[in-house]
Design a binder for this molecule. Structure first.
Ligand SMILES: [Fe+2]
Ligand SMILES: [Fe+2]
Length: 173
């Protein structure tokens, strides 16, 4: 069944959200790269890549269903953050916003009777639980080390370990 216009428009809006997410995490990476926290920057760059993967996944879905992806203007992200705590709290808040976006997309899929898209969206709803948990866990760790330079040094090292997940998020579904 060809995808409907309302569903296509809503998914196109989400492509924009995902690319903005990549933009935001790229900006966070750049800020922390310039402040000499390579681990934080590396974590953010992996995150940015994953967000582009999400955009691709939605793009592929629209095409597969006979729709056409349309690209909207991407907003300029914030450029600088005062602390690592503010940075990761910003990431958490952003992911909570994205979760709300997916809830809304599921609602539209249900209203439109687009069961295929509703099932497709389940992957993202589950993914968002992890996205929020990851950001929230790091916020918790930063709060624990507080202003300890040693603690932050260790945390930066820990964050540098994260590497890009195998192309799971940008595969065709
Ligand atoms: Fe995403
Ligand atoms: Fe995300």
């Amino acid at each position: 069944m060809t995808i409907g216009k309302k569903m296509t428009d809503a998914l196109n809006g989400q492509i924009k959200e995902e690319i903005f997410s990549a933009y935001l995490y790229f900006a966070m990476a750049a800020d922390y790269e310039s402040k000499d926290w390579p681990g934080v920057a590396s974590w953010m760059k992996v995150q940015a890549q994953e967000e582009m993967g999400h955009a691709f996944k939605i793009y592929n879905w629209i095409n597969e269903r006979g729709g056409k992806a349309v690209f909207e203007a991407i907003d300029k992200p914030q450029e600088s953050w005062d602390s690592a705590l503010e940075l990761f709290e910003g990431a958490l808040k952003h992911e909570q916003h994205i979760t709300a976006c997916f809830y809304n997309l599921v609602k539209i899929a249900r209203e439109e009777g687009d069961i295929s898209t509703e099932i497709f969206l389940q992957w993202f709803v589950t993914e968002q639980v992890e996205e929020e948990a990851n950001a929230s866990e790091i916020v918790g760790k930063i709060k624990k080390v507080q202003d300890s330079q040693n603690g932050m040094y260790m945390l930066d090292k820990e964050l540098s370990i994260r590497s890009a997940a195998p192309a799971q998020s940008d595969s065709q579904s």
